[in-house]
Design a protein around this ligand. Structure first.
Ligand SMILES: [Zn+2]
Length: 133
């Protein structure tokens, strides 16, 4: 497993921009169980702003616009380049389903998505309402 010192060295010697490198190094924590690299106190929090893509590309080469970055470790907040892999959007969805992060088409989830649609619809009406005033 990578130590924090090794991780910092890898980040600093990468092609990532100065700003990204320093922001990562200042916040980096290594989780001992799977060796995840975390930059947010909530390890489940998605890093955002295409950061995974930038990190993947800096360490593993180009991703391509029709591909997405998935996690082997199933932690959306992890930025360890060794835990990231290139997948299609379909991979990402089926991967998430396999790992229980998405609802499959079970009767319960269908009911759930129906309700969600209803809520969204209501929300849209509320917004329209606000604009109407
Ligand atoms: Zn990880």
């Amino acid at each position: 497993m990578t130590t924090k010192k090794q991780a910092v060295e890898r980040i600093l010697s990468s092609t990532l921009s100065d700003k990204i490198r320093h922001s990562i190094v200042g916040r980096l924590k290594i989780l001992k169980d799977k060796g995840c690299w975390i930059i947010n106190d909530n390890w489940d929090h998605y890093a955002g702003n295409g950061l995974h893509r930038k990190i993947f590309e800096a360490f593993n080469g180009e991703v391509g616009s029709n591909r997405c970055i998935c996690h082997k470790c199933d932690r959306p907040g992890c930025i360890n380049p060794d835990h990231l892999f290139k997948g299609t959007n379909r991979d990402n969805t089926s991967d998430a389903i396999k790992k229980g992060r998405r609802y499959e088409n079970t009767p319960t989830s269908l009911k759930y998505s129906k309700e969600l649609r209803k809520l969204r619809q209501r929300d849209r009406w509320n917004q329209l309402d606000r604009f109407a005033r």
